[in-house]
Design a protein around this ligand. Sequence first.
Ligand code: ADP
Ligand code: NG1
Ligand code: MG
Length: 489
Amino acid sequence: MSANGASDKVPIRGIPNNERISRLKERFIQEFGYEPLFFVRVPGRVNLIGEHIDYCGYPVLPMALEQDILIAAAIQNKPELHVRNVNNKYSNYEAEIKSCEDINIISDPNGKPFWYNYVLCGVKGALEFLDRDVTSGLQLCVDGIVPPASGLSSSSALVSAACLALLYAQNVPLSKTEIASLCAKCERYIGTQGGGMDQAIAFLAEKNCAQYITWQPLNATPVALPENAAFVVAHSLAEANKAATNDFNRRVIECRLAAKIIATCAGAATDNKIITLSQVQNKLDNTLEDMVNLVHKHLPKDLYTKEEICDILNVNEYELEQVYLTPNTKHLSEFKLKQRALHVYEEAIRVEEFRKHCSQTMSNGTKVNGNGVNGNGSCENGEGKEIIDVLGKLMSGSHHSLKELYECSHDNLDHLVNISKEMNVHSRLTGAGWGGCIIALCPKEKVCSYIDHLIENFYEKHCNIDKSQAKSYVFATIPNHGAEIYLSK
Ligand code: ADP
Ligand code: NG1
Ligand code: MG
């Protein structure tokens, strides 16, 4: 139990009686000849603010979505993994798996991971944690409704659901924070060096609040959002699989190199170890604003070559590649360090500001979670609008930085953000970027007209999509709860 009395284990509930579960159950029976024993459900997420800073050690502020990955599972008495997907575009997978060494995660000839690689990541990590051979196996049937490759964390929901299914089948009790950290490690088998935000919110999410997530140790603090604030997610219609290119890892290693150079130049370097931008800040005992100044001082150039970096760090190219680079970034010869580090430190400032304004709203007692002074929790008064505007401006600042300094936006995302501005709605890309979705913050009373404006001006005019189809790409969302297991009671 945690301090507030809530269980710190993934909750086990009765199997809900709904159409989706019935259809998945039927499909499972079709595939395997008998009923599933249990289900696991892991939500996708939308990050409100704090993009590309989790892997630098900085807090982020996501919330879980209603959209999720649902897996029906049965245990079989031989060490085999059988995987199916309700969507026939995803092929079947079967293999004998006794231990984590039996799993080799290999992408297709174009370097794009097979869909079931995400399942294998979860299973591999769980088996590695178990640290013994297993004599039983799993039959899994996956039903996912998180838009894939869209910055809403379909990948982590899939990895985490597979890991959770295996741990549950093997009777391994883990706390939510332990399994979230384990799943973050699991997903790195896909090749990307993510920071853990997606897996953390997947397990630690709570209904009706976002979470302020901090690292080492992993911790989530609920953040209530202004009562009158609505969050709208809109798809750019561009998908980006993060493990299929080196865009993501390039940013990760640019942050590592920036951190190492600032640490070296500011006299805080230690041994030949990776240091994150937040660790440099801690070592120097500086404010984030001080760190912004140090970036300008120690990383003045727009572009650094590999040779220049080796010179500054006093290492040879082989050492640089071995210690700091990943297999898919070893061949790179030029790096943008100033821009990436500036984004990270300034985005970390925006997260703190965002959180501060949310908690101020809370302590005012004016307009959070229906406890409004006007009795019904609505806030037609000027103050509520002001807070939405302050939070919105932080989100716009985040998008600008992701576009200009981090270079992870996409024309369609920028277009959506600009169309939103026409309605005085602030928005930003969410998730890793290069495609995917925007998250917009707007007053509740404006949601319908805002969505209509996007449908007309982006989906219909810009993308030639008819209104009824367009409606499936944009939705308002409220914070949902985290992962759960369903079992017949
Ligand atoms: P995201 O931003 O959604 O996390 P990623 O690039 O990290 O995007 O991962 C997307 C990949 O996850 C997809 O290309 C696909 O391989 C896999 N995936 C996601 N959802 C599903 C699903 N429902 N069924 C099968 N595979 C899925
Ligand atoms: P998406 O876009 O959901 O794959 C990725 C990372 C996060 C975080 C964000 C950017 C993984 C599994 N996820 O998310 O850790 O770095 O990008 O803020 O690597
Ligand atoms: Mg992902």
